[in-house]
Ligand binder design. Structure first.
Ligand code: CTP
Ligand code: MG
Length: 273
């Protein structure tokens, strides 16, 4: 399929913006959700009566930015595959192409599985965590606007509210006082907590992941997002404002907060200014 044959997204009019690239969203949903401790893959965990995966998918489609959505699911998970197939049926003409792949053992492997299934003609890729199921549409738009303006890599970020220190494990006499000792304090005004969707020029992200595919186990374990792979290429990673609703549902407390966001007076549509 060529770029011009892609179904068009149904996003807001953007006459005064630079031309938008052909965007694919990679939705990584293949994790097991160990820290949530629900006993099922996190993508299947109910949130406001619907599985986390469905919230994430609906958010992407509602943003209108994607010509293709490629979902990485836990390998062999028939229930989640069926959910995606049913959702395909809900997508009216003009909605994105929905593709499903088996994820891998690490998040980066899941991203690579999905990248391999993107349509020819894809110009930009947004990599998004299904665990950030309540990400507001505005964040998708900020990321795509930045790509349209020429950024090769862009991440949504939030200021850090806690003071952040680096520590080392103690030993000998010190270990009797405490398990760790502080070795430095990072300047908080320059720190940012990083969210998804992270947006990239297609060729740039493919090259970053080609290199990462050759990492040894220790290097692979240190990869926590896609932007750090692009940083290694010497490419500038730009930052736009994220949103507190984009919290990564990781622990039971996060699930309670996410439920609270859905049940609030404005529901999931409440967006912090
Ligand atoms: N992910 C994935 N493939 C993996 C591991 C993670 O697609 N092998 C996805 C998760 O589904 C999630 C995102 O990457 O949407 C961020 O991962 P995380 O929040 O750590 O989710 P889990 O790995 O499922 O949780 P845990 O680490 O607690 O097991
Ligand atoms: Mg994980």
């Amino acid at each position: 399929m060529s770029a011009t044959e892609f179904p068009t997204g149904s996003g807001p009019a953007a006459e005064d913006r630079p031309a938008r690239p052909v965007v694919a969203v990679v939705l990584v949903a293949a994790g097991s959700g160990q820290r949530l401790g629900y006993g099922t893959p996190k993508a299947r965990v109910p949130l406001g009566g619907e599985p986390i995966l469905m919230h994430a998918l609906r958010g992407i489609v509602a943003s209108g930015v994607a010509q293709q959505v490629c979902v990485a699911l836990p390998a062999g998970d028939g229930a989640l595959r069926r959910m995606c197939d049913e959702f395909k049926g809900e997508l009216v003409d003009g909605g994105p192409l929905l593709t499903v792949v088996d994820g891998g053992l690490t998040r980066a492997e899941s991203v690579r599985s999905a990248l391999a299934a993107l349509e020819e003609g894809t110009q930009a890729v947004l990599v998004h965590d299904a665990a950030r199921a309540l990400t507001p549409e505005t964040v998708f738009h900020r990321v795509v606007d930045s790509l349209a303006a020429g950024a090769l890599a862009v991440i949504p970020v939030m200021p850090v509210v806690d003071t952040v220190k680096t520590v080392e494990a103690t030993s000998g006499e010190d270990a009797r006082m405490a398990p760790e000792v502080v070795v430095g304090t990072a300047p908080r005004e320059k720190l940012r907590a990083v969210q998804t969707p992270q947006g990239f020029d297609y060729d740039t992200l493919m090259e970053a992941h080609r290199q990462a595919a050759g990492f040894d186990d220790a290097e692979a374990a240190a990869v926590t997002d896609d932007a750090m792979l692009v940083e290694r290429l010497g490419v500038a990673v730009h930052a736009v404002r994220g949103a507190s609703q984009s919290l990564k549902i990781t622990t039971p407390l996060d699930l309670i907060i996410a439920e609270g966001l859905l049940e609030g007076p404005l529901g999931a549509r409440w967006v912090e200014g």
